[in-house]
Design a protein around this ligand. Structure first.
Ligand code: NAP
Length: 309
């Protein structure tokens, strides 16, 4: 496997050099940093298994290089790219067209090169949808969801997906309450309906405080962590363990550390819990489907991801 981290400047000033790699680089992930990305491992396994003579590489792009580097993709012969932290909003600002969900989420994680044009997609929300079906046999539209980290990039994409799916209830939680509150205002048109859900409002924003969490968890089926808490072993508890109950499903989008503290606490409480590897897998499989217009070799990708963990 090619573990090289290419610099965006090489793409900008010497785009042809990517065509001469063997096999030629035709897909990539842009990030800053980008070394940690697990996408090359499972995307290259997918390309090999489908007999596509191309490789997927890592490209380190600083925010001030992002736009020029994306613009160089057609000259370099790329089919497209993924973009990760911190470039998802910048990629939306650069592309020529974006699908509806990407625009509403304010973020692009998948770019398709179409002639000289760049088209933006976001597979994070649809990837989560597939992950929840796989992990819990559950659909967002049937669930009362509590989303922690609603003010972040991933949180916003997930909140928009919940709104588009018209989930039963959505409670937006964020450390900086104002961000959750303004997102709730923005999404409120999706939650005005005659649907009877008892006395609870279908859409609420709450501060990340124990009392508010306790009150809302009594009306919750699925808890989603979209904060960055849990990425380090030493991180504090996101939800006090005593508030977790056996009826809950807990999905932690964090995957870097295997079982996060939230997952351990949820399992100890008898709840079902899963980490973000399945979302990572499915968002990647959906990117592959967008680039190639065919089903992704999901089991090959899953095996490659598992082998790397
Ligand atoms: P981001 O834009 O930086 O947002 C971070 C969020 O975490 C914000 O809501 C922030 O709240 C909150 N937060 C940070 N520190 C906190 C603390 N000490 N207490 C409570 N809340 C805190 O990051 P992002 O890009 O959305 O990524 C967030 C997470 O999603 C990461 O862990 C990433 O691994 C995960 N993710 C996973 C996948 C996947 O495929 N599994 C895909 C995308 C992202 P404030 O608004 O108050 O700052």
């Amino acid at each position: 496997m090619n573990d090289t981290i290419y610099e965006a400047n090489q793409l900008i000033t010497n785009a042809d050099s990517f065509r001469s790699l063997v096999p030629p680089a035709r897909l990539s992930v842009f990030g800053d940093p980008v070394a940690h990305s697990k996408s090359p491992g499972f995307q290259n396994a997918a390309l090999r298994s489908c007999g596509i003579a191309a490789q997927y590489v890592r490209i380190h792009a600083r925010p001030d290089e992002l736009s020029a580097a994306l613009r160089a993709l057609p000259t370099a012969g790329f089919f497209g790219t993924n973009v990760t932290i911190p470039h998802k909003a910048g990629a939306l600002a650069t592309v020529d067209e974006a699908e509806d969900y990407a625009r509403k989420s304010g973020a692009v994680n998948t770019v398709v090169v179409d002639g000289e044009k760049l088209i933006g997609f976001n597979t994070d929300g649809p990837g989560l949808l597939r992950a929840l079906r796989e992990e819990f046999y559950a659909d967002l539209r049937d669930l009362r969801v509590m989303l922690l980290g609603a003010g972040g990039g991933a949180g916003r994409a997930i909140a928009v997906q919940c709104a588009l799916e018209s989930c039963e209830r959505l409670v937006l939680v964020n450390r900086t309450f104002e961000k959750a509150s303004s997102l709730a205002q923005e999404l409120s048109p999706y939650f005005r309906s005659d649907r009877l859900v008892g006395p609870a409002e279908r859409l609420e924003a709450i501060p990340h405080q124990e009392r508010a969490l306790r009150e809302q968890l009594a009306k919750t089926d699925l808890v989603i962590n979209a904060t960055s808490i849990g990425m380090k072993r030493t991180d504090p508890a996101l939800i006090p363990a005593g508030l977790l109950t056996p009826n809950l499903m807990v999905y932690d989008t964090v995957y870097a550390t295997g079982k996060t503290r939230l997952i351990e606490d949820a399992e100890a409480a008898g709840a079902r819990a899963a980490n973000g590897l399945s979302m990572l897998l499915h968002q990647g499989a959906l990117s592959f489907e967008i680039w190639f217009g065919r089903a992704a070799p999901l089991e090959v990708m899953r095996a490659a991801l598992k082998a790397a963990n």
